[in-house]
Design a protein around this ligand. Structure first.
Ligand code: SF4
Length: 177
């Protein structure tokens, strides 16, 4: 025991150092996203997150958007508790049979106009859970999906890029109608 304690004083940690975050890049992205939301909606973008059966890896990255480092609320991006207050439903995971009904009800409880963003490879087609007896499939098997953000899991900057692309695309399609 003493030997172990002694070794731990001098041994280098087995974990890798986290990559340095790109603060300028994230600030630029989040600022552009906040501006796009105000142009498109006249206010902040409200997001309701739904875990439809994920392993929680995607949730960790989505939660990071709100942590003290990314803190995207300062740019006008809010996570809301009720679908009735949401513009975007951000859905993770393969949709499990148990969550199918809950996802449908949440979708119908969200006022129009609304957008559904499927986050992660599981949200696209079930990912590594595809074919399981407990899984219906990707999010689009249950509700219409406007955007898919790939990755397993996608990092916060990729999620912000995806949301920005969604707002840009919907603004262009509104302008052309
Ligand atoms: S995409 Fe990856 S991280 Fe996200 S729910 Fe699926 S397995 Fe987990």
């Amino acid at each position: 025991m003493r030997k172990l304690l002694f070794e731990s004083l001098f041994r280098r940690p087995l974990t890798e150092r986290a990559p340095l975050p790109d603060e300028a890049g994230v600030t630029e992205l989040a600022t552009a996203l906040g501006r796009a939301a105000r142009r498109r909606l006249g206010r902040s973008l409200s997001i309701r997150e739904i875990d439809a059966g994920s392993c929680n890896g995607c949730e960790l990255e989505i939660h990071a958007i709100n942590n003290a480092y990314y803190d995207v609320e300062r740019f006008g991006l809010r996570f809301v508790a009720s679908p009735r207050h949401a513009d975007v439903l951000m859905v993770t995971g393969p949709v499990t049979r148990n969550m199918r009904e809950a996802l449908l009800r949440t979708y119908h409880a969200t006022p129009d106009p609304k957008w559904v963003v499927a986050v992660g490879d599981c949200g696209r087609d079930g990912g590594c859970f595809a074919g399981s007896y407990a899984v219906v499939g990707g999010v689009s098997q249950v509700v219409p999906v406007d955007l898919h953000i790939p990755g397993c899991p996608p990092p916060p900057a990729t999620i912000l890029q995806g949301l920005l692309a969604l707002l840009d695309r919907t603004a262009k399609s509104t302008a052309s109608t």
